[in-house]
Design a protein around this ligand. Structure first.
Ligand SMILES: Nc1nc2c(c(=O)[nH]1)N[C@H]1C(S)=C(S)[C@@H](COP(=O)(O)OP(=O)(O)OC[C@H]3O[C@@H](n4cnc5c(=O)[nH]c(N)nc54)[C@H](O)[C@@H]3O)O[C@H]1N2
Ligand SMILES: Nc1nc2c(c(=O)[nH]1)N[C@H]1C(S)=C(S)[C@@H](COP(=O)(O)OP(=O)(O)OC[C@H]3O[C@@H](n4cnc5c(=O)[nH]c(N)nc54)[C@H](O)[C@@H]3O)O[C@H]1N2
Ligand code: SF4
Ligand SMILES: [Mo]
Length: 760
């Protein structure tokens, strides 16, 4: 391993080039508008391929973040060092470009802040870190696991907190590692999109979206509760192309987002009232016979009951009053949507993070279905899909050691293992203890039989991304040992006893599929792992070696693994056929696109119990919801103003913003306040303010802005490395209405939060 040649010091020679490439990326991303371009002087071949002068080895990578776009990346390496990267041109989706965050990747492996070695902290939060060998780190960890086993007679005292830090398929080996140790406690579910997933499953029998590339064929596009201009930058070109071809673009969001600014029409809806707006539109469409009667008759059940519900309970005036969108505009939008063929709605994830979020998604789905837009090219209720994720999950599926005990009874695997944590369905007598990831702090505090003694954190930053931070502090106090596997010293690492350094995307093999577009990429090892970093599956193998040395048979995970081979073991004939490739090696030439029709539900064979689109879903009722897509009222206010904490342009959750390169153009966080609200509170632009409620407070700088409604406070979720800013101080763990059916746990009402604010 040539780690000695591959350090920030040896980087010095190439740094300016890497940096220029980054700046150029920023230019492309529109971040730096006035810098002179052409610094790299690339040339184009006749085929249009961009080539750079010099001798580079080119590798295939993929952005493994939890991002719609899952970009295919081409990585240029010289002397074992990443020089620069670009979006792969072979993917018509990535189309040669990355985002402002992605262009910062070249800094990530070489950042001086990176966690380089295993380290032990004497006293959580003290910063008193000491470098230790892998052997010592593993020895401490393995002995603790064996001690728990000894004390409790099982390993339910060992819990895993893992979510979306890296969505590479082989990273399901983290869940695999837990299974290989025994029956453990799993924090399952997803904070991200579960209410919408259940909603789409109740309506259609699965979550399945049209190819985003076919949005160009839409004649009318509603972007409802999503900010694609920041959160799925590569999709926006299809929105623009649809517009160029004559489509009308409408955005519905309480915040006037960047996406709203680019639309033809923007409606600043009252937060959490989307169900009312959708139902109001549906009522008008029904009354004016603008629905697609043939489609509804042939392909759905329960439409008559839905129509009765609308006639008896919904009027356009009521919808206007609830949502704040004027009745004349609801009528206009309903008529335009119903008569444009095809019309589509992109349902954002922000929309469903509410106590009535699943119900709202069902009402929006109903609008798309009743106008006959489901199953059509350029149509669809677009939310997400997992149709290209049919891997072997070889890394995930590990057996428990002989004689392992857990929760008595056969594992009841609710939902999809993508969300449910991969517990072993074949388990006969015992199962894992399954707890709700969206209530991580609470379930740690509540679990007593046995208590959670040890927490393994990987691909997850609970202090930054989970809810009710002050409760999380208390929960961590109850833990006897916390091990975090990460790249940077974030707040969760600071609250751990042991940290293990993990590889970046350039340093390990894996595969990346998208939950949005239809492309598949392999991720090659482009450089050797820096310092003493290891990937999560290599860490699992190292742990297994130690466990078995201390107590033979105590861990079934292989003790030596070849990561490249493990990547290849995830492929099967189904994947090859779907992507039209003969072998995974074909992906070395570039990403491949699934050979699927672009329209989800194109054959109109739905996955519901009736096989049809279900306006009325008994399954929804069984899971504690209304059978019809009825309106569910918003959460009662718990404080003066609503707090919105959506995603930022500059970071992906707690990732990217901490990099020194990013700090240059996004140095600090703000709370965005409407001038009217600011005036009431005597707050001026630039003042330090306190946003506070019953669970905590956030102190930061006010920025006055009319993009925010006057009854709401906006703070983007983020982690700044030199700033205690953390929105989870004021975001509690209230559940959303749906999610339990497919993901095992209800979602979380991230945007149903309230607080007051005051000048400091
Ligand atoms: N207030 C508020 N809270 C939210 C949201 C919101 O909108 N507002 N959004 C929610 C949503 S949608 C989501 S998806 C979640 C996301 O929550 P998380 O999944 O926790 O998000 P990330 O910050 O992307 O990643 C977590 C950690 O993984 C680490 N990591 C990266 N690569 C690897 C790797 O290969 N191995 C290991 N072991 N670690 C790695 C990163 O450095 C980071 O510290 O947050 C949720 N929380
Ligand atoms: N740059 C960047 N890109 C990302 C991410 C990131 O953190 N940064 N995160 C990735 C992940 S994990 C996810 S889940 C997606 C999220 O993608 P999106 O769903 O697009 O993003 P969010 O920021 O969660 O929420 C989008 C919008 O929902 C709005 N919203 C909140 N409540 C309501 C409501 O009641 N009604 C309506 N109509 N709108 C509402 C918010 O104001 C916000 O503008 O993006 C992915 N891409
Ligand atoms: S964060 Fe999203 S848009 Fe940016 S490089 Fe990664 S996948 Fe692409
Ligand atoms: Mo997410």
């Amino acid at each position: 391993m040539s780690t000695t040649e591959n350090t920030p010091e040896t980087q010095a020679g190439i740094c300016p080039l890497t940096r220029r490439r980054f700046m150029k990326g920023l230019l492309a991303a529109g971040v730096l508008a006035n810098l002179p371009c052409g610094l790299l002087r690339p040339t184009r071949t006749e085929a249009g391929e961009i080539v750079y002068a010099g001798d580079y080895e080119i590798f295939r990578n993929a952005c493994p973040r939890n991002c719609y776009d899952t970009c295919s990346i081409k990585t240029y390496v010289k002397d074992g060092v990443v020089q620069f990267i670009e979006g792969a041109t072979e993917s018509t989706f990535t189309r040669g470009g990355l985002c402002v965050k992605g262009y910062g990747y070249t800094r990530r492996p070489y950042s001086p802040d990176r966690i380089k070695y295993p380290m032990v902290q004497e006293g959580r939060g003290t910063g008193n870190w000491r470098r230790v060998s892998w052997d010592e780190a593993m020895d401490r960890i393995a002995k603790k696991i064996l001690q728990i086993q000894e004390k409790d007679g099982n390993l339910l005292g060992l819990a895993l907190s893992k979510y979306s830090g890296n969505f590479g398929i082989t990273n399901y080996g983290i869940e695999g590692m837990m299974s290989s140790l025994g029956y453990t406690t799993r924090l399952t579910g997803t904070p991200c999109w579960p209410a919408g997933i259940d909603a789409q499953n109740f309506d259609m029998g699965d979550m399945w979206c049209n190819d985003p590339e076919d949005m160009v064929h839409a004649r009318y596009v509603i972007l409802w509760g999503g900010n694609a201009a920041w959160n799925s930058v590569h999709s926006v070109k299809y929105v623009y192309e649809a517009k160029r071809r004559g489509a009308k673009i409408v955005v519905i969001d309480p915040i006037m987002t960047q996406m709203a600014a680019k639309a033809d029409e923007y409606w600043q809806i009252r937060t959490s009232t989307d169900g009312a707006l959708a139902l109001g539109m549906a009522r008008h469409i029904l009354d004016n016979k603008l629905y697609d009667r043939d489609w509804v008759m042939a392909n759905s059940v329960g439409f008559e009951e839905f129509a009765s519900y609308l006639r008896e309970n919904v009027t356009v005036e009521w919808a206007a009053k609830e949502s704040g969108v004027p009745a004349t505009n609801i009528i206009e939008m309903a008529e335009e949507f119903a008569t444009a063929k095809p019309a589509t709605i992109w349902i954002g994830y922000g929309l469903q993070r509410h106590v009535n979020g699943g119900a709202a998604v069902r009402a929006i789905d109903a609008l798309v279905a009743m106008t006959g837009n489901v199953g059509k090219v350029g149509g669809g209720a677009r939310y997400g899909h997992l149709r290209t994720w049919g891997f072997n999950y070889h890394a995930l599926l590990q057996k428990q050691p002989e004689g392992a005990k857990g929760v008595p009874g056969k594992a009841e695997v609710k939902g999809d293992f993508h969300f449910a944590g991969g517990n072993d369905a074949a388990a006969v007598s015992y199962s894992d203890r399954i707890l709700n990831i969206n209530k991580t702090a609470q379930v740690i505090l509540d679990a007593n039989d046995p208590p959670i003694r040890m927490l393994w954190v990987a691909c997850k930053n609970p202090f930054s991304q989970d809810f009710d931070r002050n409760k999380m502090v208390k929960a961590f106090e109850k833990l006897e040992m916390v091990v975090t596997v990460d790249q940077f010293f974030n707040e969760t690492v600071n609250m751990s006893d042991i940290v293990l350094p993990v590889t970046t995307l350039f340093e390990e093999w894996t595969i990346n599929a998208s939950y949005w577009h239809y492309w598949l990429s392999i991720n090659e090892r482009a450089i050797q792992p820096m310092y003493e970093t290891k990937s999560d599956i290599q860490i699992a193998a190292t742990l297994s070696k130690k466990m078995n040395a201390l107590k033979p048979g105590s861990c079934t995970f292989p003790t030596e693994i070849d990561s490249k081979e493990w990547m290849t073991k995830e492929f099967n004939q189904g994947i090859y056929d779907l992507f039209g490739i003969k072998s995974w090696e074909d992906l070395k030439k570039g990403p491949a696109k699934a050979k699927m029709p672009s329209a989800a539900w194109h054959d109109l064979k739905f996955g519901t119990p009736s096989g049809k689109y279900e306006f009325k879903s008994e399954l929804a009722a069984e899971w504690g919801n209304k059978a019809l897509p009825e309106y569910v009222a918003p959460r009662e206010k718990t404080d003066k103003y609503r707090v919105l904490t959506p995603h930022t342009k500059f970071g992906l959750h707690s990732q990217f913003i901490n990099l020194d390169w990013s700090e240059e153009f996004n140095p600090k966080p703000f709370v965005y306040v409407h001038p009217q609200l600011a005036a009431e509170k005597n707050i001026k632009d630039g003042d330090t303010v306190r946003v506070f409620n019953s669970i905590g407070e956030v102190k930061t700088t006010a920025k006055l802005s009319t993009v925010v409604p006057s009854d709401a406070i906006l703070m983007y979720e983020a982690w700044f490395r030199n700033n205690p800013y953390n929105v989870q101080n004021v975001v509690d763990d209230t559940s959303s209405d749906m999610g339990a059916y497919k993901t095992g746990q209800p979602g979380v009402a991230i945007h149903d939060q309230f607080a007051d604010l005051a000048k400091v």
